[in-house]
Design a protein around this ligand. Structure first.
Ligand code: SIN
Ligand code: MN
Length: 202
């Protein structure tokens, strides 16, 4: 695992953190998560299905419906979420904290036309814990804004194997994915982009 990083607005970006074998191994772990907890398209509180498909691993999964954004202890099918893979916990231990594991690993799957609007991650209890993000598959254009809506933004393409730590001033900074670059990676046979975000929830 490469540990050199660049920093933009407090986002620590580890380009090429996972090499090709590590990406393939992680993909196998992700397939096991999706078998146990199938992807679904959450409803936004405004009543539209999200374009990104999701599932989770860990004690909690992130969920959204007409009642709002929140963490749930069970998948919509009623099952508890599968455990966070050791490969992901090892990344958390070396890049975030060896003593406290994340409670949730949210898995986002972006098909060709999926995007994620600018938002803050603020459904967790303690914002002193960073969010760890891992990207696999097609490139995604990651936009970083400000602690409040509006203002100038900066963007960077996140490629397969890139990792971002959103802590400190970046923890409550608006961010999103404008678009993906279909066909830019051959990791996923049918294309698309996977992003994992690990969070301490309680
Ligand atoms: C997110 O902010 O939840 C996902 C970011 C990404 O897909 O890179
Ligand atoms: Mn986010």
């Amino acid at each position: 695992m490469l540990q050199e990083s660049l920093e933009i607005r407090g986002f620590r970006i580890f380009k090429g953190c996972l090499d090709a074998p590590a990406q393939s191994a992680l993909l196998e772990d992700i397939r096991a998560i999706v078998r146990a907890a199938p992807l679904f398209s959450p409803m936004t509180p405004y009543g539209k299905p999200m374009r990104v498909q999701m599932t989770s691993a860990g004690k909690y999964g992130w969920f959204s419906d007409r009642k709002g954004y929140r963490y749930e202890r069970r998948h919509p099918d009623g099952q508890p979420w599968p455990p966070i893979p050791d490969s992901v916990l090892a990344m958390w231990e070396s890049l975030v904290d060896p003593n406290r594991h994340p409670d949730c690993c949210l898995l986002n799957f972006y098909r060709d036309n999926a995007r994620m609007g600018l938002h803050q991650d603020r459904d967790e209890a303690d914002f002193s814990w960073p969010v760890l993000s891992v990207s696999l598959g097609d490139d995604g254009l990651f936009r970083m804004g400000n602690p409040t809506r509006g203002g100038k933004t900066e963007s960077i393409w996140l490629e397969s194997g890139d990792v971002v730590v959103m802590g400190g001033e970046a923890r409550l900074t608006y961010h999103g994915i404008d678009r993906i670059r279909p066909g830019s990676s051959r990791l996923l046979p049918k294309g698309g982009r996977i992003n994992l975000t690990c969070r301490v929830v309680d």
